[in-house]
Design a protein around this ligand. Structure first.
Ligand code: CAA
Length: 446
């Protein structure tokens, strides 16, 4: 069986940025270190006035199709994963296809188009759908285009304002992929939860502290489920572990739990025993509370050990390199974590072909998914062609007053806000206004 996986990726960041420690923190009378050291986001991306989930998704897809020399007929399905849709009937993928057809010769007339929703895990679910479609032999030799695109805005004053972001990731899913092959094995942790939701409202209702607990619980269950069908994981078997990254501080918590789990009953636990003791086992405690206290103490000690710090620096920190500069992209976040890791390996000249990634996706509401990926021989050529650093460096740096106007201009309830764009579009799709049926309209600007 030929491997199926991600053949190519492209990223599009919103063209504006907000400096969190430098601009947001003073405006909110907060310590900048909350952002630098706690949350872990330095800058968040925001869409300019002419940008939205369609333009960002279509612009990432256009770069990808141009680079891979694809025509619309090479694509058999387009799935858009988003939590920021503006239409309950017409999927975002139709708008994106309409944009791409303005630019490329040919049509996506025989491509299956859809929109996936399960909070941030929907991007990974769309990859899963594409994988299954190819494995079932229904693709007629064509590839799938998966686009994860979001404007992750929170109501102003909500604690979530610290973790906003906007951007899109386009991924080509195909047989014999150039970037990573996806494992057939996968694990799930899924429960009906009320931690983060948008019941027909633009900005989310969030129970922030609970959302973090739910993330960790579902992720643990997904790891256990994965191991039940795949293999027991060991930290040294994994080159990188890209997690869904609402903010790097969240990944710090997930990584520590993951390391404790993977190192249990291994030579790592043995080697650490003299320094911090062995991991507490539940059957050694009469009360659950005592066991939980013992686990917390063990984890506090574990995170100070040289072994854990070295693993974190190697396998986790490189996955956070883009997130720190763009914030949360919801459906795209785990996919920029993968790209950040591969980019860091390429910059270090590391030979990664054949090595494994463990990918931890998560969506509120809530579901975690775990699968493994094997890096393919041509991965570095693909990664070398990304221009994400230039995109990040080229953003317009907003003042706090400008940020408030941009936030209002993307707030559907505020109507139109009379300000000019901050940047000049060129060679890209832009939003131009509404049509007679209240549809959003787009144009390609040379
Ligand atoms: N120096 C160093 N660290 C500091 C600090 C300082 N001066 N001030 C605060 N910190 C640390 C805090 O100790 C805390 O770290 P720990 O959790 O490790 O202790 C961190 O910075 C954040 O501080 P607060 O908890 O005080 O921040 P907050 O009240 O603004 O809330 C939040 C943080 C709950 C994450 C909030 O931003 C939020 O609601 N975000 C949206 C929800 C979210 O992202 N949840 C994540 C899981 S759900 C998910 O993953 C889906 C998704 O994408 C939304």
């Amino acid at each position: 069986m030929n491997p199926v996986g991600i053949d190519a990726v492209e990223i599009w960041t919103g063209k504006l940025e907000l400096d969190l420690p430098g601009t947001l923190a003073p405006a909110k009378d907060e310590d900048p270190d909350k952002y630098r050291k706690g949350i872990g986001i330095e800058r968040s991306s925001f869409p300019d006035l002419y940008e939205d989930i369609v333009t960002m998704g279509a612009n990432a897809a256009k770069r990808l199709m141009d680079r891979k020399d694809l025509t619309p007929e090479d694509i058999g399905r387009i799935d858009v994963a988003t939590e920021s849709a503006f239409d309950n009937s017409k999927p975002v993928s139709t708008y994106v296809a309409g944009c791409l057809e303005q630019y490329f010769d040919g049509e996506f007339r025989h491509a299956n188009k859809g929109e996936r929703k399960f909070a941030c895990v929907a991007g990974t679910q769309s990859i899963d759908d594409a994988y299954n479609w190819i494995r079932a032999g229904r693709n007629r030799g064509r590839a799938a285009l998966v686009i994860a695109t979001d404007t992750a805005l929170y109501a102003r004053g909500d604690p979530g304002e610290s973790t906003q972001g906007a951007g899109a990731v386009a991924m080509l899913i195909d047989e014999d992929p150039d970037l990573v092959a996806i494992s057939n094995e996968q694990g799930y942790g899924s429960m009906d939860e009320t931690d983060f939701l948008k019941p027909n409202q633009q900005f989310p209702s969030v129970d922030g502290q609970r959302s973090m607990q739910v993330y960790l619980s579902r992720m643990r269950e997904a790891v256990e489920d994965f191991e039940s069908v795949a293999w027991d994981m060991h930290p040294d078997d994994l080159a990188y572990v890209p997690f869904h990254t609402p903010f790097p501080g969240m990944v710090r918590k997930a990584a520590l739990l993951g390391y404790r789990h993977m190192s249990r009953d291994t030579e790592i636990e043995d080697a650490l025993a003299d320094e911090i003791g062995r991991q507490p086992r539940e059957d050694a405690f009469d009360a659950r509370e005592d066991y939980e206290d013992a686990i917390r103490d063990y984890m506090d000690d574990l995170k100070q050990t040289d072994q854990y710090r070295a693993w974190y620096d190697d396998a986790i920190e490189p996955t956070l390199g883009i997130s720190r500069h763009v914030g949360n992209w919801y459906t795209g976040s785990v996919h920029i974590a993968r790209i950040a890791a591969l980019q860091s390996a390429a910059e270090a000249g590391r030979d990664l072909a054949g090595e494994k990634l463990l990918v931890g996706s998560y969506g509120s509401g809530a579901q975690a998914e775990i699968h493994a990926e094997t890096v393919q021989p041509n991965w570095d050529h693909e990664i070398d062609q990304l221009n994400i650093d230039a995109q990040i460096d080229g953003r317009y740096d907003l003042s706090h007053d400008e940020y408030e106007l941009v936030h209002d201009s993307h707030n559907y309830e505020k109507g139109s806000v009379d300000i000019d764009p901050f940047t000049e579009p060129s060679d890209e799709f832009v939003f131009t206004g509404w049509g007679r049926m209240n549809e959003r309209q787009y144009e390609y600007i040379e």
